[in-house]
Design a protein around this ligand. Structure first.
Ligand SMILES: N[C@@H](CCC(=O)N[C@@H](CS)C(=O)NCC(=O)O)C(=O)O
Length: 230
């Protein structure tokens, strides 16, 4: 039995960018799993058995794998007969870069725009924790963050510039078929889509068209999730 422990917000909304990476990777491999919801306050109790205090954690039989990157590596190594996530060692090396770039550049730029909206979708019992931890992280209140949002849009557009250039020329980061590098990046957009009505992309942006293609994958897996179709 395979179980993916995922972050869940109010009304069971699944918005974690890292959990979306793992969800898309499982779908790419054609592997079934049970998706176990964890509120922020439940994570330690539910995934403590793995020695980790963050989600996603994948349990596959007797194995427990924490961390989205480790999960992707595990799936690739354990299910080599299924479609490849990386397309070989060179692809894996480049996906590693996309992982770090997304964590260090895309997420921080996006967090400035959507974090107060994420708060609106956090479970009531997790709201105090979320507000306190995020307001401390950004050293400002959510009210201030909302009012400063327009100031941070140019930084977001700058971060996206290389993607725009790439998607003018190819369908996916990994070429003609989506691969794990796309799922890493897509997790960020899905985090926003599931929580924020803020329009991040113009419909004529090539990144918008890529996001549409990603939303269509696996019978619209990500499109079916509760969110804002912006
Ligand atoms: N490097 C980890 C990061 C996982 C992570 O930060 N997960 C968040 C959910 S989006 C979490 O568990 N946060 C717990 C908290 O903020 O208390 C990965 O790629 O899986």
């Amino acid at each position: 039995m395979r179980v993916l422990y995922e972050l869940a917000g109010a009304e069971d909304r699944r918005f974690s960018p890292f959990c979306w990476r793992a969800r898309m990777a499982l779908a790419h491999k054609g592997l079934e799993a049970k998706f176990e919801p964890c509120g922020f306050g439940e994570i330690k109790a539910k995934v403590g058995f793995s020695g980790h205090d963050r989600v996603p954690v994948l349990q596959d039989g007797a194995r427990a794998i924490p961390d989205s990157w480790a999960i992707a590596r595990y799936l690739e190594d354990s299910y080599p007969d299924r479609p490849s996530l990386f397309g070989g060692t060179a692809g894996m090396g480049l996906a590693r870069f996309v992982n770090d770039w997304t964590d260090r550049t895309v997420h921080p730029a996006l967090a400035r725009l959507v974090t107060p909206d994420v708060y609106d979708h956090v479970s009531p019992e997790d709201r105090d924790y979320f507000k306190k931890s995020r307001e401390t992280r950004f050293a400002m209140s959510f009210e201030q963050m909302r009012s400063e949002r327009p100031k941070h849009v140019p930084n977001w557009m700058t971060a996206l510039a290389p993607l725009k250039a790439t998607f003018e020329k190819q369908q996916f980061l990994t070429g003609e078929i989506a691969g794990y590098a796309d799922y890493i990046l897509f997790g960020a957009f899905q985090w926003a889509r599931c929580t924020s009505p803020f329009q991040l992309l113009d419909p004529d942006d090539p990144i918008y068209a890529w996001r549409e293609r990603m939303l269509n994958l696996f019978d619209g897996l990500a499109r079916k999730a509760d969110g804002y179709p912006v």
